[in-house]
Design a binder for this molecule. Sequence first.
Ligand SMILES: *[C@@H]1O[C@H](CO)[C@@H](O)[C@H](O)[C@H]1NC(C)=O
Ligand SMILES: *[C@@H]1O[C@H](CO)[C@@H](O)[C@H](O)[C@H]1NC(C)=O
Length: 403
Amino acid sequence: MESHLQLHVVMLPWFAFGHMISFFLLSVALAKAGIRVSFISTRKNIQRLPRVPSNLEHLLKFVEFQLPVVDGLPEGAEATIDIAMDQIQYLKVSYDRLSEQFKNFISNEAPQNARSERIFVGAFGQNASGFTDAERLALVVGGCEAVAVRSCRELEGKYLDLLEKVYRKPVIPIGLLPPAPPPHGKRENTGGDEDKIFKWLDGQKVKSVMFAAFGSEVKLSKDQVHEIAHGLELSKLPFLWTLRKPTWALNDDDESILSPGFLSRTASVGMVHMVWAPQWEILTHPSIGGFLCHCGWGSIVENLQHGHVFVVLPLILDQGLNARFLVEKGLAIEVERNLSDGSFKGEDVAKALRKGMVEKEGESIRVRANEMKSMLVKDDYYIDAFVGYLKKDLVVKKDISPP
Ligand SMILES: *[C@@H]1O[C@H](CO)[C@@H](O)[C@H](O)[C@H]1NC(C)=O
Ligand SMILES: *[C@@H]1O[C@H](CO)[C@@H](O)[C@H](O)[C@H]1NC(C)=O
């Protein structure tokens, strides 16, 4: 009987691109497995997400919700990258107020006999400012029948087991969900600004370039930008740095953001790119050898699949834990910093970069990072197992009402 079940998966990821991209990749994987997926977001967010592959358009559909207006949320802001850290609370309130639209969507979509009460809307609070993120997570996990994790047993087997004990419900790894490779195996010029990056990378030696990127969410302070710049320069390594223009610098030219003279002094070894850049494709380039990053999970799983050594400089949220995990696995070198205020110095950035890329001390880490890459090849296996779970264990179980 299960084989005739028509599953319909509805996604409503939090309005941060790290979240939306992960859910998008999962949506694509599920659609490939023949499952119908509705991906809910706002108009502007949907426009900024990748296109649905044309052969999956009949299964994977974007659904546009109207973002509720909330005092304090700047007009036109629909994702965390659009706002400052202290405005995120308003975006959460707005997200929570989607609950009515969400319930309507579900009741319109659900066939007569479907058990719509099985759909838990624990992520919605009536009053977002009343929840801490930890309380919110506890509520959501508490209301779920199972938790799917973007990970795999080769990487985190013992932690997945532990999580299952802590949550007391199935914890299902869904693999690392790599983005699709370019259709013809080779990147083609897009005519965009980022073509310059690849032209430059083509001229570098194999595995010689340190790629520095801190994701779209992290808002680096002026001091942090200057110390990173100083570190890259001191390391004397070839580098590519993709840096989203910080909000304190929107009207400044590149030279004054990065500290005077930096660009001309490093022009022969490095490249700084201050508009959007395709991180996955950059990591794919053979000239890249290391990744200086903030340890957002999306960046980690992308880099793991390319086998580059990590140099880690965690900045917000779960990044500190992620960084320690990579160090414990022998895959990363962490930049030393002042433990009382978290600040870091260019000298220490340079030290970690050189250790990661060229010094003997970092050799075992480079080897391990490369070995890890060859261990991570079974994403289809994880998606198949997850789909099997959705079709069997989840659907045939009796109703469970939300708390
Ligand atoms: C929301 O929660 C905050 C913090 O607990 C509280 O001060 C505020 O009164 C609440 N607002 C509403 C509308 O319940
Ligand atoms: C670390 O930071 C604290 C607080 O800002 C400062 O007082 C201290 O001198 C710093 N330590 C070092 C070694 O820079």
